[in-house]
Design a protein around this ligand. Structure first.
Ligand code: MTE
Length: 336
């Protein structure tokens, strides 16, 4: 088991990585520039070639910068696995609203307007309403969590996300006892999302995902606002995206505008389109093949034709110790 569940006393990553690499890149560079200037040194120090060296800086809303200033760094990490370079994580994407090719999101997602952003909360909940994103995530501290991301297409990455525990966000909204599932919906704006304008896509928009309430309340479920020490790039689901690391990537719905607390299992996008290929649970499971390919192995990106970087897929994507209890007594070959 390579993962640690978040406990404030465990700051594993900071024991092995210089603290400077944990700072927001822009802040770090500003700080480095000041101290380097004072010392008469070149502005960019050696530390800048470290973990976030290839990260493009971005303008973030003021509320994000405020939260970032109090972030807890490396609260969950993956040992002995390299973080995927930022250019790969931001140029090999699935975000069908912007087109079907892996490069389409990076090409087109700059058209997405993410500020201001309003999220509708409805259903079986004591505090329904329209929330600004700032208000919605105002309570809990931002945490950096380095998780594996395993796509159902058999590729994977390791991403340092910045987010708030989904459980904390949900608790504040006070779901009723009758709420057994949480349903999430992505923005529908064909004027900003060219993939929606082509007749090519078979998806019945909006993109919809869902979790059982106990899955949503699990400490690993993260409502994500950033990655690589900065605000989320649009192609990765800005400004608000779910990350559920033990499930196939398609559960990690992007650019969320609606959170509904519901009694019945919601009809989700991929399960509705191809139920024999994609289930509601979508737990990473090397023993259950996709009808068209095996799930026993995965390509860890970046790789190449000559060096495909293939590794064994782990049950629940390596998070079995933390999450297998959620599925006790279930036949995971049937409820895939
Ligand atoms: N969310 C929306 N709204 N639209 C999508 O097409 N694709 C999913 C998921 N979330 C998708 C989405 C799939 S299939 C994967 S593998 C991940 O996003 C990819 O996340 P990434 O592009 O940040 O790696």
């Amino acid at each position: 088991m390579l993962i640690k569940t978040p406990r404030r006393s465990d700051c594993v990553e900071s024991e092995v990585t210089p603290e400077a690499l944990y700072l927001n890149r822009r802040r770090f560079m500003q700080g480095a520039a000041l101290s380097a200037a004072a010392a008469g040194l070149p502005a960019i120090s050696q530390a800048d070639s470290g973990r976030y060296a290839d990260v493009e800086s971005a303008d973030a809303p003021a509320w994000f910068d405020r939260k970032l200033g109090q972030a807890q760094w490396g609260s969950v990490t993956v040992k002995d696995e390299a973080i995927t370079p930022f250019p790969d994580a931001t140029h090999y994407n699935n975000f069908y609203e912007f087109g079907p090719d892996k490069g389409d999101p990076a090409r087109h997602a700059q058209q997405l307007v993410t500020d201001p952003w309003v999220v509708t909360v409805d259903g079986e909940v004591a505090k329904p309403g329209k929330y600004t994103i700032e208000d919605l995530v105002s309570g809990p501290a931002l945490e950096e969590r380095i998780y594996r991301l395993r796509c159902v297409e058999a590729w994977s990455m390791v991403i340092p996300w910045l987010g708030v525990p989904l459980a904390a966000l949900i608790r504040r909204l006070e779901p009723m006892a009758s709420a057994r599932y949480v349903r999430f919906e992505t923005l529908v704006r064909p004027d900003q999302m060219p993939g929606m304008r082509t007749g090519f896509s078979l998806i019945d928009w909006p993109y919809v995902e869902g979790l059982r309430m106990d899955e949503a309340m699990h400490p690993l479920s993260l409502m994500t606002l950033g990655m690589y020490g900065r605000v989320l790039p649009n192609q990765n689901g800005a400004p608000l995206r779910l990350v559920v690391p033990w499930k196939y990537g398609f559960k990690s719905i992007k650019s969320i505008v609606r959170i509904s607390f519901v009694r019945d299992q919601p009809a989700t996008t991929w399960q509705t389109m191809a139920p024999h290929e994609y289930g509601f649970y979508a737990n990473v499971n090397p023993a259950v093949s996709h009808p068209r390919w095996s799930q026993a192995r995965e390509r860890r990106l970046p790789g190449s034709l000559f060096s495909p970087n293939v590794r064994k897929t782990e049950m629940f994507n390596g998070y079995a110790d933390e999450v297998s209890g959620l599925y006790a007594g279930m036949d995971l070959a049937k409820e895939y």
